[in-house]
Unconditional design. Structure first.
Length: 178
């Protein structure tokens, strides 16, 4: 996994640099999301990895699916990935591009797991608290996880805030072992 991220980084940096220069961050974000979704589709993987399909056929298919989301720069980027046999890096390239974009926009993503669904008011309060703590705009990605028993678990970058019942029980069990 780390190797793929390392190989994808120069592509993501190049695309981010181009998108910044041309003020097309949102267009590139959209195109990369679509391209990443395409290569995550098992049917598309069969096509792009099958040697009986030429590079031109793969390019034409992907550009057709992209439709209006493409332009000459996106096409050139796609061709470079095809020629260098790097299409399967697209999800990693898209992910790193989004990280660069979020950093420039002073945004941080928070993955939140909850034992029970949060109300809009609770989401707003959590967003406000995290924004103050990190000094950035926070985007929440909230998912229900009944295994937590109660409470929430928040992941922001490498930081984990675990105030779940399960997390507290595990901490207590670990302290009893010591």
């Amino acid at each position: 996994m780390a190797e793929l991220i390392t190989v994808a980084r120069p592509y993501a940096e190049a695309v981010y640099s181009l998108a910044t220069e041309t003020r097309t961050l949102d267009q590139w974000s959209d195109a990369l999301a679509w391209l990443a979704a395409m290569v995550n589709n098992p049917d598309m993987v069969e096509v792009v990895t099958n040697p009986k399909h030429t590079a031109k056929e793969v390019e034409a298919l992907m550009l057709e699916v992209l439709g209006e989301r493409t332009n000459e720069s996106v096409k050139n980027f796609l061709v470079a990935l095809i020629e260098n046999h790097r299409l399967m890096l697209l999800p990693h390239i898209a992910s790193q591009f989004e990280m660069f974009k979020a950093e420039a926009e002073n945004i941080v993503d928070a993955q939140v797991e909850t034992a029970f669904p949060l109300t809009e008011e609770q989401k707003a309060e959590l967003t406000s608290t995290l924004s103050k703590q990190y000094g950035k705009t926070v985007r929440l990605d909230v998912r229900d996880n009944a295994d937590l028993i109660g409470g929430v678990r928040v992941l922001v970058g490498d930081d984990v805030i675990d105030s779940s019942v399960r997390g507290k029980l595990q901490a207590m069990a670990a302290s009893l072992k010591n």
